[in-house]
Write a protein that binds this ligand. Structure first.
Ligand SMILES: NC(=O)c1ccc[n+]([C@@H]2O[C@H](COP(=O)([O-])OP(=O)(O)OC[C@H]3O[C@@H](n4cnc5c(N)ncnc54)[C@H](OP(=O)(O)O)[C@@H]3O)[C@@H](O)[C@H]2O)c1
Length: 354
């Protein structure tokens, strides 16, 4: 059977998107599809649309040397992300109609309303493109609406990278746990805060630990989103919406970050055999959802107390399988990029089944 070619429109071309296109090249011989990048949109580095295919290496060098992508465009002009989606879905109407166009959304999370990612996802689905995103916003703010839209146009809206990078959480439940009801969860799901608290146990300051996470491209573009618990709250809302039918937003999560925790407090907990961790949890009591993100003083026997500095873990409480634990032992950009790649593989399989 011939491998499908998937046209890719990249909305956002930062750390994650650039690692993603490099990864596609690195593992090309393991993939059952080929690809052509037809559009790239950024906020301050311009945009390029070319249905014949963009030279992605040149695009990376252009952005990394702070030039505008417009210089690669056959007909350069100013466009927003939405303009790019509309142009691409019109220009590639045949590919979109056949399900061979995928929008890869990796813009920055806006914690007020989940925009512009929500609008990007909506416009892409309306233009009959599949959507893959590592952005938490769409699933955290508008999962029900966007999933219903995707189903109505027979396209997919995938977001595996939104929580625990490439380690399967959503795909695991969707593909491997049929008929299982998720009743709640508890986890450590923000790498930046977890790394910071782990490093503070060794006397490192919060600011130094955050700077290290920024230098590795892991902290959020605005690291106060990590420190104040917003990133974890967005992930928690996405998990509640997708796995528990919650219909909430990050603003419905009871939230406390780690900004006010001192190195002395963290070290003092260790001397008493305890660990302070930022824990995300959800449960239902008498039909009411209780959803929180807050630092907890953990007993050493707690599985969340034993994680290494770059590890995340999520324990799902289910009706048919009991507690199911998912541990992510490595957390780098490659794992986030892999999440996009794995979602794209699902699209390729759909195309091959047609
Ligand atoms: N980094 C991680 O480890 C990680 C892990 C999981 C999930 N994520 C999520 O993945 C997404 C991308 O993260 P990242 O680290 O790649 O961020 P990043 O390096 O800051 O890149 C963000 C990209 O989005 C572009 N952008 C921002 N606003 C835009 C808009 N309104 N329209 C079009 N483009 C826009 C930026 O343009 P400019 O280049 O012009 O600024 C940039 O190219 C975020 O939602 C993040 O939460 C990241």
């Amino acid at each position: 059977m011939r491998e499908p070619e998937i046209c890719l429109a990249l909305l956002g071309f930062g750390n994650v998107a650039r690692r993603f296109v490099r990864l596609l090249d690195e593992v090309a011989d393991r993939l059952d599809f080929t690809w052509r990048v037809v559009a790239i949109a950024t906020k301050d580095h311009g945009s390029v649309v070319d249905p014949d295919g963009i030279d992605v290496r040149r695009a990376m060098t252009t952005v990394e040397s702070s030039h505008s992508l417009g210089r690669l465009d056959p007909a350069p002009r100013e466009r927003s992300g939405i303009d790019v989606v509309r142009q691409v879905t019109e220009m590639l109407a045949d590919e979109a109609g056949d399900g061979h166009l995928a929008v890869i959304e990796t813009t920055v999370l806006d914690i007020d309303r989940g925009e512009p990612a929500r609008a990007h996802v909506r416009a892409s689905l309306e233009g009959l493109a599949h959507v893959v995103t590592a952005n938490k916003g769409p699933a955290a703010f508008a999962y029900d609406e966007l999933e219903a839209l995707a189903e109505s146009v027979d396209r997919v809206f995938f977001f595996e990278g939104a929580v625990m990078d490439g380690v399967p959480v959503f795909n695991l439940v969707r593909e491997a746990m049929p008929a299982v009801a998720v009743q709640g969860f508890r986890g450590v799901i923000n790498t930046t805060c977890h790394y910071a608290l782990s490093e503070m146990e060794r006397g490192v300051s919060l600011d130094e630990a955050i700077a290290e996470m920024q230098s590795r491209g892991i902290a959020e573009a605005d690291p106060s989103h990590d420190v104040d618990g917003w990133d974890a709250a967005a992930k928690t809302a996405a998990l509640v919406n997708v796995l528990m039918g919650g219909g909430i937003t990050p603003h419905d999560v009871s939230r406390m970050g780690i900004r006010d925790i001192t190195t002395r407090e963290v070290a003092s907990a260790v001397t008493r055999g305890r660990r302070i961790r930022l824990v995300a949890s959800a449960s239902r009591h008498a039909g009411r959802l209780e959803v929180r993100v807050e630092p907890e003083m953990l007993d050493p026997a707690d599985p969340l107390a034993c994680l290494g500095p770059m590890e995340n873990a999520l324990f799902l409480r289910t009706d048919l399988l009991g507690d199911v634990g998912i541990v992510q032992r490595t957390s780098t950009l490659t794992q986030t990029a892999y999440a996009l790649l794995s979602d794209l593989t699902h699209i390729s399989r759909r195309l091959q089944e047609l």
